[in-house]
Design a protein around this ligand. Structure first.
Ligand code: IPM
Ligand code: MN
Length: 380
C-alpha cells in the first residue's frame, strides 16, 4: 500500500474551505484506487498564525516537510497584513526553499464552461504553461536611494550563490529605485528541459518560448540561448519564440495554437492569470510548484479572497484540480485521470455550480458532487 505523506497548508481567507473540498476529493479517489493512501499533516501558517506568534514559516516545519511527499496549499493573504509579507514569507519562501523551479499551470477549458472567447470550445483551449519559478524579477534584489548608494546584494539559491556590489552615483539630488532580474543559464535550462519532457510525456508536439528579447536583451537573450540549446536534444518537437506582448494577444485570438508554453517567471505570472480567464475563470485554474527531484507544492492559482472567506460560496474546483496535478506528478496517473474525468462530468452536467459559474451551489456541494461522481465512475 503506497501511503503519501502530504503537508497541508490551508492558509487564509477561502483557503481552508477550498482545501477541505480538495481533501474530500483526494480521499474519495484513494478509496476507489487500489494501493493509494494519504496521510495528511496540517500546518496553521498564514495571517492568523502570524498575528498570534510572529512566525511566518519556521525552519523546523520546513525540515519536517522536507521528509514528506508533497505540499497541498490553499491560499494566503489578508487585508490587514503588510503588502507582500505573507506572499514572500510563506509562499515564495516555500517555492525557493524547496527549489520548486517549475510552475506548471494547465490552461484547459472544461465542457459546459462558458468561454469568454466566443466560438472557442474545449478542444481549442487545452495547453500547459510552464513558468520558471525561482529567478527573473522574483529574486527580490533591489533598492531605493537618494543621489548615491553603495550596496551589496546577495542571492542564495539551490543552484548557486551570487553577490553583486552596486555603487551608484547621480549628478542630481534625485530619488531612485531599481529592481534586478537575474537569469542563470542552468536555471533557465532546467525549467526548459522540464517543458520539453512534459511535451513528450503528454504526447504533444510543440514548445513555445516566451521572452522580450527585443527590448530586455541582456536577460532574455540568455533565456533564448538556453532554449535553443535544450531544444537540440528534442528533434521531434517543434519550437518557436514569441514575445510576451504578442503571445498575450494570441492566447485570446488563437489559443488552439499552443501546446506547451515555457516562460520566465514574471511574464509567466501575468500570462497565467490571462490563461485562467480563457479557461473560464480563477475558480478553475490550478498550479503546481514543482521540483522534479524534490518536494513539490500544489495550489489553486487564486488568492485568499477575504471577501468570501467562511461563506462557503467560492469554487473549489481549482483546488480539486491542484490535487489532480499532484496525483499526476506523483505518478498516480490512473487516480489523476479519474479525478479529472469526475470534474469534467460534473462541469458538463452543469447542475452543481458555484456562483462564479452562474450557479447557486455551495463550495461543499461541489466537493460532494465530485466525490459522488468519483464513486460512480469507479464502478463502471
Ligand atoms: C501566483 C501569485 C504569486 C506570484 C504571489 C502571491 C506571490 O500571484 O502564484 O501567481 O506572484 O507568483
Ligand atoms: Mn500570479
Amino acid at each position: 500500500m503506497k501511503k503519501y505523506k502530504i503537508a497541508v497548508i490551508p492558509g487564509d481567507g477561502v483557503g481552508p474551505e477550498v482545501i477541505r473540498e480538495g481533501i474530500k476529493a483526494l480521499k474519495a479517489v484513494a478509496e476507489v484506487i487500489p494501493n493509494l493512501n494519504f496521510e495528511l499533516i496540517e500546518y496553521p501558517f498564514g495571517w492568523a498564525h502570524y498575528k498570534k506568534t510572529n512566525e511566518l514559516i519556521p525552519e523546523n516545519a520546513l525540515g519536517e516537510i522536507s521528509k514528506m511527499d508533497a505540499i497541498y496549499f490553499g491560499a494566503i493573504g489578508h487585508a490587514e497584513a503588510p503588502v507582500g509579507l505573507l506572499e514572500q514569507g510563506i509562499l515564495l519562501k516555500l517555492r525557493f526553499y524547496f527549489d520548486q523551479y517549475v510552475n506548471l499551470r494547465p490552461i484547459k477549458l472544461y465542457p459546459g464552461i462558458p468561454c469568454p472567447l466566443k466560438d472557442k470550445t474545449p478542444k481549442d483551449i487545452n495547453f500547459y504553461v510552464v513558468r520558471e519559478n525561482t529567478e527573473d524579477f522574483y529574486v527580490a534584489l533591489g533598492g531605493r536611494f537618494k543621489k548615491a548608494c553603495a550596496e551589496s546584494l546577495e542571492l542564495n539559491r539551490e543552484l548557486y550563490k551570487l553577490k553583486l556590489d552596486l555603487n551608484a552615483k547621480s549628478n542630481q539630488n534625485e530619488e531612485f529605485s531599481y529592481q534586478l532580474g537575474i537569469i542563470s543559464k542552468s536555471g533557465a535550462k532546467r525549467v526548459i528541459e522540464y517543458a520539453f519532457e512534459l511535451c513528450k510525456r503528454k504526447g504533444l508536439k510543440k514548445v513555445t518560448s516566451v521572452d522580450k528579447a527585443n527590448v530586455l536583451s541582456h536577460i532574455y537573450s540568455l533565456w533564448r540561448e538556453a532554449f535553443t540549446e535544450v531544444s537540440k536534444k528534442y528533434s521531434n518537437i517543434q519550437t518557436e519564440f514569441a514575445f510576451v506582448d504578442a503571445i498575450a494577444m494570441w492566447f485570446v485570438k488563437n489559443p488552439e495554437w499552443y501546446e506547451v508554453v515555457v516562460t520566465p517567471n514574471m511574464f509567466g505570472d501575468i500570462l497565467t492569470d490571462l490563461g485562467a480567464m480563457i479557461q473560464g475563470g480563477m475558480g478553475l485554474a490550478p498550479g503546481g510548484n514543482i521540483n522534479p527531484k524534490g518536494i513539490s507544492m500544489f495550489e489553486p492559482i487564486h488568492g485568499s479572497a477575504p471577501k468570501y472567506a467562511g461563506l462557503n460560496v467560492v469554487n473549489p474546483i481549482a483546488t480539486i484540480l491542484a490535487g489532480q496535478l499532484m496525483l499526476d506528478h506523483l505518478g498516480e496517473e490512473k487516480a489523476a485521470n479519474l479525478l479529472d474525468k469526475a470534474v469534467e462530468e460534473v462541469l458538463a452536467e452543469g447542475k452543481v455550480r458555484t456562483k462564479d459559474l452562474g450557479g447557486i451551489s455551495k463550495t461543499s456541494e461541489v466537493g460532494d458532487e465530485i466525490v459522488k461522481k468519483i464513486k460512480e465512475l469507479s464502478k463502471v
